[in-house]
Design a protein. Structure first.
Length: 458
């Protein structure tokens, strides 16, 4: 039993997440300024994103559509009338001295997202999802005792997804943020690459004695930037809080940061009171009204979501939750599986060959799944040949490997490997074996009668 599970025997954990997803629009949230990742520092700026005097914001319509799309995907309530507010705080990467966000009237309220954890399904309730602009990026060079700021990211559209404090284990938190990436990938609003800073997470954690009705003091870990670190950071903070409480000390409301080198969450500042961001409506941005026809049009564009597919596969094809999660991992893999089913391939066989043989080939080359590499029809045909005993399973894998490493069709591969298709069926082998035994029996009878040609058996 690891340290966290040992603590969990006597203590309950309460975890809530705030997840920031960068939206894949061509321009920034409140200006026409372009944004793309990995450009030279401060090369994608404009008067609005730099907060220069007199620069006025204009709302990115596509970002609004993307936020609505997310809200519909998670079955949240879409507020057709909403507004933007100024959130004041002072930091070097925030040139205006405030961030344009949403406060009293977010674009999405409520909703939930199902996850699988410990072979059980959990619905994680959402408080809200709102639009805001990103800040710039600070880089700290400790060896030179200086910090540098890049304003390229300043003003990029974000959707902030806030959960209810309903998660009870660090592994659940990790599963949830992985699900968020999956959902925004499916609905094509963000690639959510964490290593590019397009998906970041703040975690709120408190612990309390089991059966206690009073929640513990909440602390917050800011800007966690990988799935693994989400789990590790929460585990670290649980251990810190547990150690304080077990030695008779109290947990103080604090903001922490994750130190990846030391594998520990470190306290940045102690909060005496809750943050006062002095929110007020942005005077430069009018309230937004969204027509119901537009919302319904966006709703019609939604694809089948990963949890919908998982439910169907588990119910109709008797797949396990792990098998269903593996196949729904990306929209491309899910579509590939569905296409194989559409040509009457047995779902269990399709799952076995996709997640076993096909995944193995991609892993050997350290490449992501690519449905164009081998068509679903060709893989279905190989499975059919194996199942009808026209070829052996070993030969099927050999054909699949050759097909994977070539640009030829399945038909051409067969023409090069004609001898493989000459392997007889089991029924044919049984018949030949029976004939063979009869001939042997006849020859031995002949031998008993003194005939000398018994050496020629077949």
């Amino acid at each position: 039993m690891n340290g966290i599970n040992k603590i969990n025997k006597d203590w309950d954990f309460t975890i809530g997440l705030e997840i920031h997803v960068q939206l894949d629009t061509n321009s920034k949230m409140f200006s026409s300024c372009e944004y793309s990742y990995d450009k030279s520092e401060n090369s994608l700026t404009c008067p609005t994103s730099l907060g220069l005097p007199g620069a006025l914001p204009t709302i990115n319509e596509r970002a609004i559509d993307f936020a609505i799309k997310f809200g519909l995907a998670v079955k949240g309530s879409i507020n057709s009338s909403f507004s933007f507010a100024r959130k004041h705080y002072f930091y070097p990467d925030l040139p205006k001295g405030y961030q344009i966000s949403q406060y009293e009237k977010p674009i999405v309220t409520g909703g939930s997202i199902p996850i699988w954890w410990d072979n059980k399904k959990y619905n994680i309730d959402l408080t809200r999802a709102h639009l805001e602009e990103d800040a710039g990026k600070l880089t700290h060079n400790l060896s030179k005792d200086k910090s540098e700021v890049d304003f390229n990211r300043s003003g990029v559209p974000l959707i902030e997804i806030v959960t209810e404090p309903v998660m009870s284990h660090p592994e659940q938190a990790r599963a949830f943020i992985q699900r968020i990436k999956q959902v925004v990938n499916y609905i094509l609003i963000s690639n959510a690459e964490m290593e590019q800073g397009k998906l970041r997470c703040d975690a709120n954690i408190s612990i309390k004695k089991k059966n206690s009705k009073k929640l513990g003091t909440k602390t917050e870990i800011k800007n966690i930037n990988s799935f693994r670190n989400v789990q590790k950071a929460i585990e670290s903070e649980i251990k810190r809080q547990h150690k304080l409480l077990m030695t008779g000390k109290s947990v103080k409301q604090a903001t922490l940061t994750w130190n990846n080198e030391k594998n520990i969450a470190e306290v940045m500042r102690i909060k005496e009171n809750a943050d006062d961001y002095r929110y007020f409506p942005d005077p430069d941005l009018p309230p937004v009204e969204v027509d119901q026809k537009r919302i319904q049009s966006i709703k019609k564009s939604l694809p089948l979501l990963p949890f919908d597919l998982e439910n169907r596969w588990i119910k109709n094809y008797n797949l396990t939750s792990i098998e269903a999660m593996t196949l729904s991992n990306t929209a491309e893999i899910a579509s590939y599986f569905e296409k194989m089913i559409s040509v009457n391939t047995n779902p269990k066989d399709a799952n076995k060959w996709i997640t076993g043989e096909l995944f193995r080939l991609f892993n050997e080359e350290n490449k992501l799944f690519d449905s164009k590499k081998i068509s679903p029809k060709d893989l279905s045909e190989i499975i059919s040949l194996v199942n009808t005993e026209k070829i052996t399973a070993s030969s099927g894998k050999d054909i699949l490997r050759k097909l994977f490493h070539s640009k030829s069709s399945l038909k051409k591969q067969f023409s090069k490997m004609e001898n493989i298709l000459m392997i007889p069926k089991k029924s044919t082998l049984k018949r030949l074996y029976s004939q063979f035994l009869k001939k042997i029996e006849t020859k031995f009878l002949d031998l008993g009668m003194g005939k000398k040609n018994y050496l020629v058996i077949l």
